[in-house]
Design a binder for this molecule. Structure first.
Ligand SMILES: NC(=O)c1ccc[n+]([C@@H]2O[C@H](COP(=O)([O-])OP(=O)(O)OC[C@H]3O[C@@H](n4cnc5c(N)ncnc54)[C@H](OP(=O)(O)O)[C@@H]3O)[C@@H](O)[C@H]2O)c1
Length: 302
């Protein structure tokens, strides 16, 4: 097949692949294209199941056109949702929010949930699912616009701009008068330290991402959480979305239903142009995006 790239996903985990440190995915190779989630259109095909005009999602190289044999590609229906959603709320980031919050967080109505990286692809979905489950939701994000978006459009109960608050410990404590039952962590660092100080007995902490460390060249140091975890009988668990692969089909169905019913709002930051991919990727580390960051490379032909 000849594939034409339509939407390219840029994701924080790609930073980890730009190093030869051992991890859960192999490093990118010098001299080879970066790869990741891309929605492509089949523009020419000798494949018996994926004809010309089909739209397909795959882990593919950052190229405008790709010659491919078809293995590992999944056809997506243009009727379910906009094509780009398969890289966001109906794709890897949405599934991450769903499986991490529900399996590790185990949210119950009336509990307080804090999510860091709250205005991003994963965070926006975590907070809204927690609202669907009847929780009080507090988001932490990096601008006043993001704080307003979380509160006014996504229905978060409170949101904190961690870049302008002069006392993050107090800001978290004030926003969570009944303490924190669930912490969904996308960032690590001082935001997490502040949340640990407000944990309730039997709190659950889902370690989803640690973006504040991804550019570090030395291991980060800081407050030790263990004495708090001990005193609060709290559970802290890291996870990779693929740990829950057997739940993906049901999770995707439920996410799609919530989107259709208007229970989940979804926002994308779409940058245009193949040559803008590196800029869009770098923007994840300075918080340029609200919701899912994508790059639109081309229009669909069919
Ligand atoms: N475990 C898994 O399987 C899995 C799967 C997907 C994603 N993740 C992780 O989940 C996290 C969110 O991913 P995403 O795709 O949804 O990205 P995202 O939140 O859409 O984008 C990254 C956001 O991180 C924030 N950020 C950047 N540097 C920061 C820092 N030093 N301190 C605090 N916040 C910072 C920025 O928002 P602000 O303006 O708020 O700073 C930025 O918009 C990432 O850590 C990612 O690695 C994990």
């Amino acid at each position: 097949m000849l594939l034409k790239s339509l939407y390219v996903s840029v994701d924080p985990y790609m930073r980890g692949r730009m190093s030869d440190a051992k991890s859960y995915v192999a490093p990118y190779e010098v001299g080879q294209p970066v790869n990741g989630g891309i929605v492509v259109e089949v523009v020419d095909s000798k494949h018996d199941k994926l004809p010309k005009g089909a739209v397909v999602l795959g882990n593919l190289p950052w190229q405008q056109y790709i010659v491919h044999q078809g293995e590992g590609l999944n056809q997506v229906s243009p009727d379910v949702a906009p094509l780009s959603y398969h890289l966001g709320i109906l794709g890897m980031p949405g599934l991450t929010a769903y499986v991490g919050l529900l399996n590790i967080g185990q949210p119950k109505a009336g509990e307080t949930v804090v999510v860091s990286g709250a205005a991003g692809a994963v965070g926006t979905v975590v907070g809204q699912i927690a609202k669907i489950k009847g929780c009080r939701v507090v988001g932490v994000a990096g601008s006043d616009d993001k704080v307003a978006y979380l509160k006014n459009e996504l229905g978060f109960d409170e949101a904190i701009n961690y870049k302008t608050t002069d006392d993050i410990n107090k800001a978290i404590a004030d926003a969570c008068p009944d303490g924190v039952d669930i912490y969904f962590d996308n960032v690590g660092g001082e935001i997490s330290d502040a949340v640990y100080l407000s944990l309730n007995k039997f709190a659950r902490i889902a370690i989803c991402g640690q973006i504040s460390y991804y550019n570090n060249t030395k291991p980060a140091t800081g407050m030790r959480a263990e004495p708090i975890l001990l005193k609060k009988s709290a559970l802290m668990k890291g996870f990779i979305v693929s740990d829950y692969a057997d739940e993906f089909a049901n999770a995707a169905k439920e996410l799609a239903t919530w989107v259709k019913e208007g229970k989940l709002q979804y926002q994308e930051t779409i940058t245009e142009g193949f040559e803008q991919i590196p800029t869009a990727f770098l923007g994840l580390f300075s918080g340029e995006n609200t919701g899912k960051q994508l790059v639109k490379v081309a229009e669909r032909e069919g």
